[in-house]
Design a protein around this ligand. Structure first.
Ligand SMILES: Nc1ncnc2c1ncn2[C@@H]1O[C@H](COP(=O)(O)O)[C@@H](O)[C@H]1OP(=O)(O)O
Ligand SMILES: [Mg+2]
Ligand SMILES: [Mg+2]
Ligand SMILES: [Mg+2]
Length: 337
């Protein structure tokens, strides 16, 4: 099933899908030659590859061509590329490799300018896009899960999500049967999944379990991103006996939205870490439109209107909805909130 073009945000939805598919193709092409991929270290020590820059260039360029007055809150900026001509040349080559046949090649200046379109400050009025060109760079580098995450925020509320998950199995129990899914949601229109090799969409919904003990929970692979000792205690308190599903990136939100697991926990490891809006905007809408619930570890709704970070929130609890109150109670009790 494909959403009708008469529905709200149908053009944004179609452009978002094209942008995320192009960026996902670029990332897969880079991974195929990852042995040679250049990586640099940003000030925050996170790995960033030519694919992160290239994917941001591709998405921003298409958004800017189609919606020239929409600002973009993107994770990356081109400062390091301006200081490294060899790295910049790789990104320009990659960006042009996924432009449609017949499109004029982008110059180095065009590519750097496209990346730098992502520096908008966000806020509570008007509409803007938010982009994580590769969420889960560490998963990408390991050949595991990562996601290209795009969302549209209007007056502080997420209205559209398009998330590409190139390595996500279509069926977690049968990874050999195919990988690569796109997840799409528009507020009020439901959540959908399509495989990378087909335009057919299917509506997805959260798991129907009504007891937390019957489900599995997912969390980060990286212990520095979410406290695995706290989540083990929370799981224990909820009577969950199955091991956690550890996965990088916003693929965790897709897995909740599709009903593969019932709970996603992200428990702060540091009091001063502010979650970024591009790490949660799209994923939160996917979960809500699939019938689930989301809030922070104190039970507060996520507030995407405060700029580039979720500075009013701490951590994340996303569930299938039916077990939400019980999970929030267990998290608050273990964290003494
Ligand atoms: N201390 C931290 N706590 C929570 N998330 C973090 C922390 N440090 C980095 N991140 C972010 O976690 C995300 C990946 O999370 P996951 O573990 O779910 O795959 C990345 O976007 C990464 O941001 P960044 O892109 O700035 O490195
Ligand atoms: Mg990063
Ligand atoms: Mg991220
Ligand atoms: Mg990223």
């Amino acid at each position: 099933m494909t959403a009708s073009s008469a529905l709200p945000l149908s053009r944004e939805r179609a452009v978002g899908i094209e942008a995320v598919l192009r960026a996902s193709r670029l990332c897969q092409a880079v991974f195929a030659r990852l042995a040679q991929a250049q990586t640099v270290t940003k000030a925050d020590l996170s790995p960033v590859t030519v694919a992160d820059y290239g994917a941001q260039a591709v998405v921003n360029a298409l958004l800017h061509a189609e919606f020239p007055s929409d600002p973009i809150v993107g994770e990356e900026d081109a400062a390091d590329l301006r200081a490294d001509a060899r790295l910049a040349a790789s990104v320009v080559e990659l960006t042009n490799s996924v432009q449609p046949a017949g499109a004029a090649a982008m110059s180095s200046d065009d590519v750097l300018a496209a990346i730098d379109l992502g520096q908008y400050a966000g806020g509570k009025t008007g509409r803007f896009w938010t982009l994580d060109p590769i969420d889960g760079t560490k998963g990408f580098l390991r050949g595991e899960q990562y996601a290209v995450c795009l969302a549209l925020v209007v007056d502080g509320v997420v209205q559209l999500a398009v998330q590409g998950c190139p390595n996500l199995p279509h069926d977690l129990a049968h990874p050999e049967e195919g990988r690569g899914s796109l997840f799409i949601a528009v507020r009020g229109q439901g959540a959908f999944e399509r495989h990378f090799d087909s335009a057919d969409e299917r509506r997805i919904s959260v798991s129907g379990v009504s007891s937390a003990s019957e489900t599995q929970f997912c969390e980060s692979v990286e212990a520095a991103h979410s406290s695995q000792s706290d989540t083990a205690q929370i799981a224990d308190r909820l009577g969950i006996t199955r091991p956690p599903v550890r996965m990088d990136s916003q693929c965790k939100y897709a897995v909740i939205a599709r009903g593969d697991a019932g709970i996603y926990l992200r428990v702060p490891t540091r009091a001063d870490y502010q979650e970024k809006i591009w790490d949660h905007a799209g994923g939160s809408l996917l979960v809500e439109e699939a019938g689930g619930s989301i809030c922070d570890v104190t039970g507060k709704p996520l507030d995407f209107s405060l700029g580039r970070t979720l500075k009013g929130n701490k951590g994340i609890i996303a569930t299938n909805g039916r077990i939400h109150a019980r999970v929030v109670e267990a998290v608050r009790s273990v964290l003494r909130l």
